[in-house]
Design a protein around this ligand. Structure first.
Ligand code: SAM
Length: 356
């Protein structure tokens, strides 16, 4: 049973003030970046039917997400975020780096140049799959450098107006439910495409003794993840590998999470990753999938989904937004047990089909 965690008026005010400051900070930078480098999609390149919600509607949806986040904290599903208000020195340095990089991002967007990383490949990256060697989001170095790893989370928060962490945290609810009553130190959680480990810091903050594995193709991103997960180093490990061929034993994981990966995979790769998730999951385990909304999930946001892959280099996204995810997972022997929308994300809980 969940132990509630009523915050009281002071806790609720602290949460509200922290989130308001966060949204103002990141949303403000989104607006300033648009002013400095021009609209992300010029009028002549706007896809047909891409009527987007106005700022007021986006902010209302963001507020609904924060209210859900707070309700989850008060219900005891997870703790108050460990760095709701991050260290001022760090956020200022991140913002400075973000704006310093903005002209290069704007140039790539203007030139529609999404494969710069292939022209000057970092050592060792030639062996990485071609679909991956791209400047996703038009970001400098793609996923292939320390500089990119340092900037990534800031860029994502700017993109989502400060809501990225709260969207990821929705995955903590099914994880809490699944682990309730289990001995955490004997349970394993794998985060597929863990990136810089941001989500795992929330997992660890709530389940410090859980054995976690962060798997990703990027050396640089996993180095950043190790730095962030250092307080829990004894129960954390990182694995540099492709999600479609994970060097992990069959039926070894109690929980598998996969956050914001599938929209960056070509159609032919997605079933391979789904099959790998099913393979490593224990028979009674769960997988928690968090990724972008798809068309029709929240019709008010459909226009944004059309604009996104044009504004930010996302070569597989448009096709992803119409993919039949339940059928994709069914092909891997996974059934959808629950689906929730959270602002611009969709959270799906998956379980293995029982053997007849
Ligand atoms: C959009 S980021 C998401 C990172 C993180 N899960 C988050 O919540 O922000 C996509 C991540 O997937 C990784 N990635 C992409 N294709 C991959 C693959 N085939 N195998 C493993 N990791 C992959 C990238 O290196 C990057 O870290």
């Amino acid at each position: 049973m969940t132990q509630t965690n009523r915050l009281g008026p002071a806790g609720r005010v602290a949460y509200a003030a922290g989130q308001a400051a966060r949204v103002a900070w990141y949303f403000g930078q989104y607006a300033l970046a648009a002013r400095l480098s021009g609209p992300a999609v010029p009028a002549q390149r706007r896809p047909a039917g891409a009527a987007t919600p106005d700022t007021r509607a986006v902010l209302a949806a963001l507020r609904a997400l924060m209210e859900r986040d707070l309700a989850n904290i008060e219900a005891g599903y997870y703790r108050m975020p460990h760095d709701l208000v991050p260290a001022p020195g760090r956020v200022l340095a991140d913002a400075a780096a973000f704006f310093a990089d903005l002209p290069a991002v704007a140039r790539r967007r203007r030139e529609r140049s999404g494969t710069e990383v292939r022209r000057a490949p970092p050592p060792g990256s030639e062996r990485l799959p071609a679909y991956y060697r791209r400047n996703f989001h038009f970001q400098t170095d793609g996923y292939l450098s320390t500089r990119s790893a340092r900037l990534y989370d800031h860029q994502v928060e700017v993109l989502f107006g400060g809501g990225a962490d709260a969207m990821r945290r929705q995955a903590l609810v099914p994880i809490h439910r699944h682990l309730a009553g289990r001995h955490r130190a004997a349970c394993r959680l794998l985060d597929v495409a863990a990136g810089t480990g941001r989500f795992l810091t929330f997992v660890k903050d709530n389940h410090p003794r859980l054995e976690t594995t962060a798997l990703d193709l990027s050396h640089a991103y996993l180095a950043e993840a190790r730095r962030r997960l250092a307080p829990w180093a004894r129960s954390s490990r990182t694995v540099v590998a492709a999600a479609e061929a994970m060097p992990l034993p069959d039926v070894s994981q109690d929980v598998v999470t996969c956050i914001y990966l599938f929209h960056e995979l070509p159609r032919r790769v997605r079933p391979l990753v789904a099959a790998e998730i099913a393979r490593v999951l224990k028979p009674d385990g769960i997988a928690v999938f968090v990724d972008s909304l798809q068309h029709g999930d929240d019709p008010a946001m459909d226009g944004l989904l059309r604009l996104f892959p044009v504004a930010f280099h996302e070569p597989y996204y448009a096709e992803y937004t119409t993919a039949d995810l339940p059928a994709l997972f069914a092909g891997a022997g996974l059934r959808v047990c629950g689906t929730e929308l959270a602002f611009l994300s969709k959270v799906m809980v998956l379980a293995k089909n029982r053997l007849p």
